[in-house]
Design a protein around this ligand. Structure first.
Ligand code: SF4
Length: 187
């Protein structure tokens, strides 16, 4: 901080001083490339935290939801992999769709997806979610979740086994690592 700024600081309120310090730090970091260096140094830590603590939104649509429940039970114990189900979209990273999506429920799912903070991901679990499944070409069933929200991982099966669900989360973890490498480490 130069002498002019120090002199100004003596006449400021605590709030003004806080704002000035923040701006000063930000401008200095950007000008010196310090921000980029810190991003590069800390990116692996954020990436590690993100991929090991994916919180899916806790709700079930149809029969595949029972497989989700089994994956969360003591035999498969999804929590040991950092998959912790949350009941609020505002605390969730992943929307796990697990059944046929009727035209009636689609707006609610879209609203829940929009309430989730970024970065967020979507997993389509089971044939119904992926393509309508047995309700192929039905007037009241959406023919794939990716027709209204972006899907990152598809887990085929009718129903998918809990092991398949856990493997889907494993693939998501790999995807998060690759995305973080692309966006933070290689620029
Ligand atoms: S994919 Fe099969 S098990 Fe899963 S919700 Fe559809 S009908 Fe049920």
């Amino acid at each position: 901080m130069d002498i002019d700024l120090s002199f100004q600081a003596m006449t400021m309120t605590a709030k003004q001083f806080g704002e000035m310090s923040q701006n000063f730090l930000r401008e200095t970091m950007v000008a010196t490339g310090g921000k980029k260096a810190i991003d590069k140094l800390t990116a692996p830590i954020w990436s590690w935290g993100q991929r090991n603590s994916v919180y899916p939104l806790h709700f079930g649509i149809a029969c595949c939801a029972l497989e989700m429940a089994a994956a969360g039970g003591p035999r498969f114990d999804a929590e040991r992999l950092g998959i912790v189900f949350r009941s609020s979209p505002r605390q969730s990273d992943v929307m796990l769709l697990n059944g046929w999506i009727s035209a009636k429920i689609r707006p609610s799912l879209k609203a829940l997806y929009e309430q989730m903070p970024s970065p967020k991901w979507v997993i389509a679990m089971g044939e119904c979610t992926i393509s309508g499944g047995p309700w192929y070409d039905a007037y009241n069933v959406i023919q794939g979740a990716d027709t209204f929200i972006p899907v990152d991982i598809y887990i085929p099966g009718c129903p998918c086994r809990p092991e398949a669900m856990l493997e889907g989360f494993n693939k998501l973890s790999q995807k998060i690592t690759a995305e973080n490498r692309g966006s933070f480490l290689d620029d």
